[in-house]
Write a protein that binds this ligand. Structure first.
Ligand code: GAR
Length: 214
């Protein structure tokens, strides 16, 4: 039998309501994901995600670059929070800000993002949240989906870890498509985190290879 490791220590960055965060928490509680959320960080004081973290007694932090004198000070504080929490994996879950490059470098191959489309389509600066679904519908796509990917120093360009397709319906509006994609997001983000917890992620060149279990 394979020995279960200690729960993977994850820090979540989010800017909004935090439904992905809640889905991850649910899957940690029901034992599907062997992880522990050790910090929640938001750039928005009113973010639902901070409220949920407080209710769950998870250390939560409102940290925004506008409160710091320089990018260096802001970066240093973020690194301090992550280090004090003994973070093993950083999980961006609806985080609408660029993570400072020094942090991305520090957590290279240990930082994930979720994007509500099939990258490399419909990603990049300005394409986030509902803008993505609007663009997918405007283009006339018949499928969309979700991508969980490693974070690098650009927007949405890191290697994909998991992707899942979702059909686009004739009657879709950005909201109906977003809702369908969100169901897939809640499913695959936890799966991707569990792959880390099981140490099954391997990087080969630009590709993420998923090792067999056990
Ligand atoms: C999610 O759809 C996520 O994919 C998207 O923001 C939403 C956050 O929802 N992220 C991006 O667009 C990042 N480029 P949530 O707060 O309910 O998890």
């Amino acid at each position: 039998m394979t020995k279960q490791r200690e729960p993977l220590r994850i820090a979540v960055f989010a800017s909004g309501r935090g439904s992905n965060f809640e889905a991850i928490l649910k899957n940690i509680k029901n034992g599907t994901v062997n992880a522990k959320v050790v910090a929640v960080i938001s750039n928005k004081s009113s973010a639902g995600v901070l409220e949920t973290a407080r209710k769950e007694n998870i250390p939560s932090f409102h940290l925004s670059d506008v409160h710091f004198n320089s990018l260096e000070e802001y970066t240093e504080r973020l690194l301090q929070v992550l280090a004090e929490a003994k973070t093993e994996l950083v999980v961006l879950a609806g985080y609408m800000k660029m993570v400072p490059p020094a942090i991305v470098r520090h957590y290279k191959y240990r930082m994930l993002n979720i994007h509500p489309a099939l990258l490399p389509s419909f990603g990049g600066k300005g394409l986030y949240g509902h803008f993505v679904h609007e663009a997918v519908l405007e283009y006339g796509c018949k499928v969309s989906g979700v991508t969980v990917h490693m974070v690098d120093e650009e927007y949405d360009t890191g290697p994909p870890v998991m992707q899942k397709c979702v059909p686009v319906m004739e009657y879709d509006t950005p909201d109906t498509l977003a809702a369908r994609v969100l169901v897939a997001e809640h499913e695959i983000y936890s799966t991707a985190i569990q792959l880390f917890a099981q140490d099954r992620i391997e990087i080969k060149g630009r590709k993420v290879v998923i090792k067999k279990w056990p």
